[in-house]
Design a binder for this molecule. Structure first.
Ligand SMILES: [Fe+2]
Length: 331
């Protein structure tokens, strides 16, 4: 190589050509570099990000000092943005699309139940292990397609989030077992008042629940056509048509499989100005996975995009039993 080449200025490059995806595991997750989310993106970059999200399931961005408005703009590239949450109001003083989770506020929440009511609740509403894992808001018929979670304040240590690839989990089962799962439906729900935490009224006057929906246990991804286990342990209540013991046994087995398969998971350490984007149609997640083990503040902000109705391998489409459907702000 001649000296003249070395001293030349590098040619100007556009966003799309600098964009790079670095896989974090062979099964799920990629870190994205060569992109500046404080600025609008070109159509080529957006198309590539959308394709790669379906492929890798979770995209991680680091060192992106974005505002709430940048966060919302970036989300819009992937579909219609929803209000913050079906139950929780958006961040006070922020755009209505932004939900904020503040660990100290969650920890300080007081149950309205007496000690006797708490014991009653514990006796008759046995929580399943692994319920920290969930796919966002599957208690509604049309849960969010994609979530965008941004670190606002992270503890010095702890506070990680983990995701699991639900298509790979489904594929890890035997063909005979997969065939059985393909025809099943599950009821998902959320009722904060029943748990002793009646939610404050919503700013827009909509209902805060209870919510109950029936979803296929196996979901066909609307873009890739791939089948994935639609397992959201935090919200799933029972398998439709099964006895309580049959339902409990199957859900316990599936949730234990999900939790135990470290080879199908990716774990993310939050750094200042980090953002994670994931495909809810093919993943379940849990964060902070060690929330009971640290007391430092942790604040994250989230948007969600898309409200497609899940479809099973037999064409079954989800339906709402109780509560309202979710919506995008363009609806
Ligand atoms: Fe979540």
């Amino acid at each position: 190589m001649s000296v003249s080449v070395l001293t030349k200025q590098p040619p100007a490059v556009d966003e799309a050509s600098r964009l790079a995806f670095h896989r974090v595991t062979p099964v799920i997750g990629a870190e994205v570099t060569g992109i500046d989310l404080t600025r609008p993106l070109d159509t080529e970059t957006i198309a590539k990000l959308r394709r790669k999200l379906v492929k890798y399931k979770v995209l991680f961005f680091r060192d992106q000092p974005i505002t709430d408005e940048d966060h919302v703009r970036f989300s819009q590239y992937f579909g219609g943005v929803t209000p913050a949450h079906p139950i929780t109001n958006g961040r006070a003083g922020g755009p209505i699309q932004i939900m904020e989770n503040v660990k100290s506020r969650i920890d300080a929440r007081q149950s309205v139940f007496s000690d006797v009511e708490k014991q009653h609740h514990r006796a008759f509403h046995r929580p399943r292990p692994g319920r920290g894992w969930h796919t966002d808001i599957t208690f509604v018929t049309n849960p969010s397609d994609i979530s965008f979670l941004r670190n606002h304040q992270s503890p010095e240590f702890g506070g990680d989030t983990a995701w699991v690839n639900l298509e790979a989990l489904y594929e890890s089962f035997s063909p005979a077992f997969r065939e059985r799962l393909d025809g099943l439906r599950a009821v998902h729900g959320r009722d904060d008042a029943l748990r002793g935490f009646p939610p404050p009224p919503r700013d827009d006057g909509r209902s805060t629940g209870p919510y109950l929906s029936v979803h296929p246990l196996v979901r066909v991804h609307p873009e890739s056509g791939k089948k994935g286990l639609f397992l959201s342990p935090g919200f799933i209540k029972y398998i439709e048509g099964y006895s309580e013991r049959e339902s409990d046994a199957l859900l316990t087995f599936l949730t234990e499989e999900l939790s135990a398969r470290l080879d199908l998971q990716v774990r993310f350490r939050w750094t200042p100005n980090a953002l994670a984007v994931w495909d809810n149609r093919a993943t379940s997640h849990w964060g902070p996975i060690d929330g009971e083990h640290f007391t430092d503040e942790r604040i994250v902000r989230r948007t969600t995009v898309g409200t497609s109705v899940p479809v099973g391998p037999d064409g079954f489409t989800s339906r709402q039993i109780a509560g309202e459907r979710f919506f995008t702000l363009e609806d």
